[in-house]
Design a protein around this ligand. Structure first.
Ligand code: MEV
Length: 445
């Protein structure tokens, strides 16, 4: 059967669903019914959601959760988180509660600079280009007035344009590296529009230059695009307390506070030393970060790409967090680039992204950077605390039990009985299956 199609995007949503059901599923009717049910009840809202991408045929549900009791820079937040992994929100909430009693999370923005690049070829001498650049720069700055007007009014705009010479690694390759302040917006469209204007102006400038030689006129722009690597759009979040305040937690794990703090710091150092561990360690950080980034309608791929590039900045992939346990004090810190926005883009369009920002008190982009970094640090704290004490499966499987029971088709009564039973028994898929097979009464002892 020929399963290709022309003009798929032009078909109505129900035509798309029917065509897919008929051509790619075993049960077209069930497929059509299921997909048709995953639509928003309000047609106007559904139209907005469908407008986010091409060929949208349904809404894919993920839980929208909240982690309360987050004390960040002296203010208490209930944090919206969109994530499917069972234990993440529970771990964030538990870490938030732990630190609430120890001064909470502290965070500061270290910079908000965004970057973009115009990559181009030029056949003349590098020295000659450097000589011409000071006359090119004001022309570039002058050509974008209509694009930067609004951003300028908000206190942002173009900060600088640098000429970067890559001749040594790729003949004729140069770059305009442009820095921007985009205020409360993530600024991708603004940055890309400015860069494309720069590209046109650059070509124009050289083609029509009155005194350049023939080969010096030949500029070829390869591409113009923002860079998702923004090491100067950075936030630092930290927690600190006397090591003695770990006593109760440590005692519950059969160790003393110094041992717990020392094991914690060692676990973080391992992630600084070993990229295999660092990847998992940082993944734990992004469990928290991505969940907030998603809930607030920001771009989690951009945030992750940037963070992982930053984690490799000295040539080796390392932990994004650091920990010090010395002189009776424990300090755990996360320094992370976060190019976030609280206006424009999906933040203004997605109905729940708007609600998330409302829950967070309509934060500025800088405040959202602080909040998000604090959640990443909390998540990291929760994971490492589990790893160096009970092990991760203890809490994880408890949270995962609901998924297992759903998968096994447990009734509500069976699920309730299982939740009681597994409070004192190790959770596993086979243990849950055995429990349901035996019948909850028989297995509850
Ligand atoms: C699981 O999603 C995240 C952890 O693996 C993070 C870590 O190991 O630090 C628990």
């Amino acid at each position: 059967m020929n399963k290709t199609i022309n003009g798929f995007s032009k078909r109505s949503k129900s035509e798309k669903i029917s065509w897919l059901g008929e051509n790619f599923t075993d049960s077209p009717e069930a497929f059509t019914q299921e997909l048709s049910s995953w639509q928003h009840a309000d047609a106007a809202v559904q139209r907005v959601i469908d407008g986010f991408t091409e060929n949208s045929i349904a809404n894919f549900a993920l839980p929208y959760s909240v982690a309360p009791n987050f004390l960040i820079n002296g203010k208490t937040y209930a944090i919206p988180m969109v994530i499917e992994e069972s234990s993440v929100v529970a771990a964030a909430s538990s870490a938030a509660k732990f630190w609430q009693e120890r001064g909470g999370f502290h965070a500061e923005v270290l910079g908000t600079v965004k970057l973009g690049q115009v990559h181009f070829r030029w056949q003349g001498e590098a020295a000659r280009l450097r000589q011409i650049f000071p006359t090119l720069k004001p022309v570039l700055l002058d050509c974008t007035g209509d694009l930067t007007e609004n951003m300028d009014k908000r206190g942002g705009g173009i900060l600088d344009i640098e000429l970067i010479d890559f001749e040594a690694v790729e003949p004729e390759y140069y770059q305009l590296r442009v820095s921007f302040e985009t205020c409360d917006s993530m600024g991708a469209n603004f940055v890309n529009s400015v860069l494309e204007r720069f590209a046109d102006t650059l070509e124009d400038f050289f083609t029509n230059h009155p005194v350049l030689g023939e080969e010096e006129r030949d500029v070829e722009v390869i591409m113009s695009i923002l860079s998702n690597y923004t090491p100067d759009c950075m936030v630092r979040a930290w927690v600190e307390c006397p090591i003695a305040s770990f006593s109760e937690l440590a005692r519950s794990q059969g160790m003393d506070a110094d041992t717990l703090a020392d094991r914690f710091a060692m676990a973080v150092r391992i992630a600084e030393i070993d990229p295999y561990r660092a990847t998992t360690h940082n993944k734990g950080i992004y469990n928290g970060i991505d969940a907030v980034v998603m809930a607030t309608g920001n771009d989690f791929r951009a945030i992750e790409a940037c963070g992982h590039a930053y984690a490799s900045r000295d040539g080796q992939y390392r932990s994004l967090s650091t920990c010090r346990a010395s002189n009776g004090m424990f300090r755990f810190e996360l320094k992370i680039p976060l190019a976030l926005g609280t206006v424009g883009g999906l933040t203004a369009l997605h109905p729940l992204a708007k609600r998330s920002l409302e829950l967070l008190g309509h934060p500025s982009a800088e405040t959202l950077m602080c909040i998000t970094a604090a959640v990443g640090l909390a998540q990291n704290f929760g994971a490492v605390r589990s790893l160096i004490t009970t092990g991760i499966q203890h809490g994880h499987m408890k949270m995962h039990l609901t998924n297992i029971l759903n998968h096994l088709g447990a009734t509500e009564a069976e699920a309730a009985a299982a939740q009681v039973h597994f409070q004192n028994h190790p959770v596993s898929f086979s243990a849950a299956r055995a429990f349901l097979k035996k019948g909850s009464a028989g297995a509850s002892t």
